[in-house]
Design a protein around this ligand. Structure first.
Ligand SMILES: Nc1ncnc2c1ncn2[C@@H]1O[C@H](COP(=O)(O)OP(=O)(O)OP(=O)(O)O)[C@@H](O)[C@H]1O
Length: 278
């Protein structure tokens, strides 16, 4: 079977996570994306789509181009070729600000939090784009600014409850173990109330128990908030368990695309993971 001739999943067909979940229409389309850094071709003519409410994994060996792909989606990198279609709107180039405004949030491979600030304050930074009052109003903590701040804090507290981190809400992030810092980073991304959440190796460096917790939170975010999730993950067990569809990159090229079962039995994918010479 040719993995590139991917069958579009119908609502709730096997491979989706359960009867309550509805995979919707395509929300994000990446068409013929190519990206180079000088002589290094990070991505070559990559096309795939993401459907509303789905959990879409990007996998591949080290250096395959996975992080570059996320960076293209949220406008950190501008591809030399190709285009992004977000909710039917063609965007030749995406920048970070417009991606965030369009409801795309992300976490990073290496934790990017303010280590000296508390969990609550770090999560509050995720509300930045939603804040309407200007710096002076906030500094004076005046009228509408005060009401607005309270509403944002309430939202941050809701996220803290959701992620079960009430006990550490006042703890500086730098003092927390790695697994909890990753959870706080997820919290900060959720604070932006994203429509599409990009997770770059959310379980890297975690022990088994921490991975199980993170899997549960990712599935809950997807179920309860309906958030579309695009994740890079090296743990194949996790990828195969929680993803609806998986795209596989190798040396910047797409070598597979399909349900976990389809990808698992794709010979090109098996070769890439076994290190068969090109
Ligand atoms: N900013 C950059 N400048 C130069 N080369 C880069 C840059 N970012 C990525 N690359 C190169 O692009 C290629 C793809 O890198 P990328 O980080 O996207 O791969 P990856 O699949 O995420 O790898 P890993 O699993 O190791 O994180 C690699 O050859 C990498 O060295």
């Amino acid at each position: 079977m040719n993995m590139n001739e991917l069958k579009e999943p119908a609502d709730n067909e096997p491979g989706t996570k359960g009867p309550a979940r509805k995979i919707g229409p395509v929300i994000l389309d990446l068409n013929n994306i190519s990206l180079s850094f000088g002589g290094v071709k990070a991505l070559t003519d990559i096309s795939f789509n993401v459907r509303r409410h789905e959990i879409r994994a990007i996998i591949g060996p080290n250096g395959a181009g996975k992080s570059s792909m996320l960076n293209v989606i949220n406008g950190v990198y501008r591809p030399q070729q190709g285009e992004i279609v977000l909710r039917g709107e063609h965007r030749k180039n995406m920048d970070c600000y417009s991606a965030a405004k369009a409801g795309i949030a992300r976490t990073f491979q290496n934790i990017a939090l303010f280590k000296g600030m508390t969990v609550l304050d770090n999560i509050m930074t995720g509300r930045n784009l939603k804040m309407k009052s200007n710096f002076l109003m906030q500094a004076l903590y005046w009228g509408p600014a005060r009401r607005e701040e309270m509403a944002h804090r309430e939202k941050a507290e809701e996220i803290i409850d959701f992620l079960e981190i009430q006990a550490i809400r006042k703890t500086p992030v730098g003092r927390l173990p790695y697994g909890l810092q990753k959870r706080v980073e997820l919290g900060r991304a959720l604070a932006a109330e994203p429509d599409i959440l990009l997770l770059d190796e959310p379980m890297a460096g975690m022990n088994v128990e921490e991975k199980q917790d993170m899997c549960r939170f990712i599935l809950d975010v997807n179920d309860q908030f309906g958030t579309t999730i695009v994740l890079i993950e090296h743990d194949m067990g996790v990828v195969m368990d929680i993803s609806d569809r998986v795209v596989v990159l190798d040396y910047g090229k797409k070598i597979g695309d399909g349900t976990p079962d389809e990808v698992r039995s794709n010979q090109d994918v098996i070769n890439a993971y076994l290190g068969v010479a090109h």
